[in-house]
Design a protein. Structure first.
Length: 68
């Protein structure tokens, strides 16, 4: 059984790796095209929600959570 890993990127998206299904708000699964890793936007500026499109690089988004 493969593990799912979720990683927060500094000032960037949430990376999810592993065998996942991502559903929209109505329970319909996105076609992830067999990708092993996806990036979900957490800055709110992407034009391709819920996926990161790199817009965080130009919008001044800052977030660097650490485990305490
Ligand atoms: S985190 Fe990358 S576009 Fe929002």
């Amino acid at each position: 059984m493969s593990d799912v890993k979720v990683n927060l990127r500094p000032n960037g998206p949430i990376l999810i790796s592993g065998p996942i299904t991502l559903n929209d708000t109505q329970g319909n699964a996105y076609d992830l095209g067999g990708k092993e890793t996806i990036a979900l936007c957490r800055c709110g500026e992407t034009k391709n929600k819920p996926f990161c499109d790199g817009s965080h690089n130009g919008c001044g988004f800052e977030s660097q959570e650490v485990v305490e």
